[in-house]
Each structure stands twice: as structure tokens, then as C-alpha cells.
Design a protein around this ligand. Structure first.
Ligand code: OGA
Ligand code: NI
Length: 376
């Protein structure tokens, strides 16, 4: 897909000089409402602030049985130092920006326990969760919105966001203390997913034809990378066709590992003009390419838009671990991937600057990475 050729360019570069200097505001523009509390109160209609404009509302496709309408499922052991496996990785990252991975090395029991612990956390009374209420300057803690644009249409979800790497910024007192084992589980899960991410970055590097450690070096090195975790809670919704659990976006960072709900589907990936609902394979993890890998690969790999739909029958829990380049070095296209025919498509930018822009605006399709196109 020639995503880059038909990307809708933003008319003005949102990353203007004035924004570079701007500090994050310390509070939300409107009082925060827990969507889970709304859902539990049994509202029969979706309040107006969650009703999306018609063109953003979910599209349900009854027939997704077409051959090429499911994200690829890849076996980690097969892609390790194996030219055929690497070709499959490359194809998945070029065409889908998404794949599911099995044989990933993360213990299945641990996956279940950490998901269960987060479910228990969200089941706590709202007054207990509010102790962790977050603010838009760091996002750390319990929250219900992304972006600080006043009167924005909101998503039908709550979340908990925490920093995991580098360990120097890990602040355990900001992590939930209930249920009792949750902090240990987060650390145990984080360690295993971190190892998986290290192997994936190496695999992506090789699949791009680079030295195995090239991409990790461009990320700033294993001990300097960033990682954060977002536990998402999508409450059941009385009118799911009017809203979204998470609006269309591409992930700003390097790669994302999603542990999806074992029973409830909801994640949709853009494929041309369609939205493909991911059918999660038991015990698999979902991997997707973020904007930083799109930039580093000079657009060979795509950070593809995705969104989450909700439903009227079941709550859904998912865990996204964002594995990001070091935040204080410029990230631009890898020189070895540039050719006369394909010069650098993006201007280099530091991840901390890029993230600030996203945190101000909230989810916005692919507009943010597009704004870095060298031609804008
Ligand atoms: C995200 C995300 C997908 C999901 O948190 O960025 O895309 O299934 N989550 O919750
Ligand atoms: Ni995402």
C-alpha cells in the first residue's frame, strides 16, 4: 500500500515554533467523568460528549472472510535469524503495520494474571481509583481522556497509565496498590515484555536489511529506551454504534505490544478503506509499528491507524506496552535506508517533543506523523 503517497497532509504544520516552547497545561479543560461509572449507573443513551460525528462512527463488516482480511500471525521462533521468517515480518510491517506473535516467550499464566489484576483494579470503587487521578502534564495514573482540547468528543473508556522504563523514572508510589499483587505483576510482566521488545527490535532491524543491532542503537541503546504501560478499560455501552472506545490513531512510539481481552474483540486496524477487527489468537500478543519506526525506516514500515469499538454486552480490558526510543535524541530516517529515489521523508524530531504534541491534541489518525513529512 502506498500509504505515504496518499496520506492526507495537514494544512498547517501543528508542530510550530510556538508549540515547541509551550509547556503542558496542568489540568483538564473539563471535569473528568469515569466512563465505567456512567456505564454502571445504567445510562440508556450515550451522553452527547461521547457521540462521534457520523464519519467517525464504527463500521461493522459482517463479512471479513476475504483471504487477506486478517492481520498476520507470526511465530517468533520462525522469524529469528531466518531469511524466510524475516521476509514474512517485512511483509507484515509494510502492508499491515500489525501482526500477532506466538512463541513470544512471555508466560501465558503471567499474561492471564496481569490482565486479571487490572480487571480487579478497574472493579474497585471509583473513589479508590480517583486517588490516582492523572493530569495532562504526565498522564501518569487513572484517567478518562487523552488530549486537552476543550469540548472535544471523548472516547468511551478509562485507563491507567504508568512509566516503566527507564527505571530511573519508575515511580512505584504512582502505581496502584490494589489488588495486592498488582505491582509485582506489572514488574514481572514488564520484564518479560521488555525482553520480547528487544528481540523484536533486533528482528525488525534485520528484516530491514540492517545489522541486527542497528535499530536498537538508533533507539538510543537498550539501557536508555523508554517504556510505558497503559491498561485500557472499555465499559459496555448502551449505543456502541454512536461512539468509539478509542478513536482512530497511530501509536506515537517505537513498537507496541498489546495484550488483548481473552473474550471480547474490539481492536480494529485500518486496511485501505476498511476496518479489520482483530480476532485474537489465544495466548498471542499483538505487535504494532509506531510512528518512530515509521520515521526510522523512512516509511518502509507503517504505523497504521487503529481504533477500538465497544459493545453493549461486555466490558473489555487490554494492556498496551509502548516501547519507545530514548526521548532526548533526534529520531530521523536511518541513513542506510536512504537512496536517490527515496530520500529522507521525515524531519528528525526528539520523541519527547513529538509526544508533547500528541498529548495536547489527543488521538488524531495519522496527522501527527504526517506533519513531519519533509515536504510540509
Ligand atoms: C492503545 C491501543 C488497543 C486496544 O492503547 O494505543 O491501540 O485493544 N489499544 O486496547
Ligand atoms: Ni494504539
Amino acid at each position: 500500500m502506498q500509504n505515504l503517497l496518499h496520506l492526507s497532509l495537514v494544512s498547517s504544520n501543528p508542530f510550530s515554533q510556538s508549540q515547541k516552547k509551550k509547556k503542558m497545561v496542568a489540568s483538564w479543560p473539563e471535569p473528568i467523568v469515569s466512563v465505567q461509572a456512567l456505564s454502571q449507573a445504567g445510562v440508556s443513551t450515550v451522553p452527547n460528549r461521547y457521540v462521534k460525528p457520523t464519519h467517525q462512527r464504527p463500521v461493522y463488516k459482517s463479512d471479513q472472510s476475504g483471504l487477506d482480511m486478517e492481520i498476520p500471525v507470526l511465530d517468533m521462533s520462525d522469524m529469528w535469524r531466518n531469511p524466510e521468517g524475516l521476509k514474512r515480518v517485512r511483509k507484515a510491517c509494510e502492508e499491515w503495520g500489525f501482526f500477532q506473535v506466538v512463541n513470544h516467550g512471555v508466560d501465558h499464566g503471567l499474561m492471564e494474571r496481569v490482565r486479571g489484576a487490572w480487571r480487579e483494579f478497574f472493579d474497585l470503587p471509583v473513589e479508590m481509583k480517583r486517588k490516582y487521578a492523572n493530569s495532562p502534564d504526565t498522564y501518569e495514573g487513572y484517567g478518562s481522556r487523552i488530549g486537552v482540547v476543550k469540548d472535544a468528543k471523548l472516547d468511551w473508556s478509562d485507563y491507567f497509565f504508568l512509566n516503566y522504563l527507564p527505571s530511573s523514572i519508575r515511580n512505584l508510589s504512582m502505581w496502584p496498590s490494589q489488588p495486592p499483587k498488582i505491582r509485582e505483576l506489572i514488574e514481572e510482566y514488564g520484564e518479560e515484555v521488555k525482553k520480547l521488545c528487544e528481540r523484536l527490535v533486533e528482528t525488525l532491524s534485520e528484516s530491514l536489511g540492517l545489522e541486527p543491532d542497528h535499530l536498537m542503537k538508533a533507539f538510543g541503546g537498550e539501557d536508555k529506551v523508554g517504556a510505558s504501560l497503559r491498561a485500557n478499560f472499555y465499559p459496555k455501552c448502551p449505543q456502541p454504534h454512536l461512539t468509539l472506545g478509542l478513536s482512530s490513531h497511530s501509536d506515537p512510539g517505537g513498537i507496541t505490544i498489546v495484550l488483548s481481552d481473552e473474550n471480547v474483540a474490539g481492536l480494529q486496524v485500518r486496511r485501505g478503506d476498511c476496518w479489520v477487527t482483530v480476532k485474537s489468537v489465544p495466548n498471542a500478543l499483538i505487535v504494532n509499528i509506531g510512528d518512530q519506526v515509521q520515521i526510522l525506516s523512512n516509511g518502509i514500515y507503517k504505523s497504521v491507524e487503529h481504533q477500538v469499538i465497544v459493545n453493549s454486552g461486555m466490558d473489555r480490558v487490554s494492556l498496551a506496552l509502548f516501547y519507545n526510543p530514548r526521548s532526548d535524541i533526534p529520531i530521523g530516517p536511518v541513513e542506510e535506508l536512504l537512496t536517490d529515489n527515496r530520500p529522507a521523508l521525515y524531519k528528525p524530531i526528539r520523541f519527547d517533543e513529538y509526544r508533547l504534541m500528541i498529548r495536547q491534541k489527543g488521538p488524531s489518525g495519522k496527522n501527527q506523523v504526517d506533519s513531519l513529512l519533509a515536504s510540509t
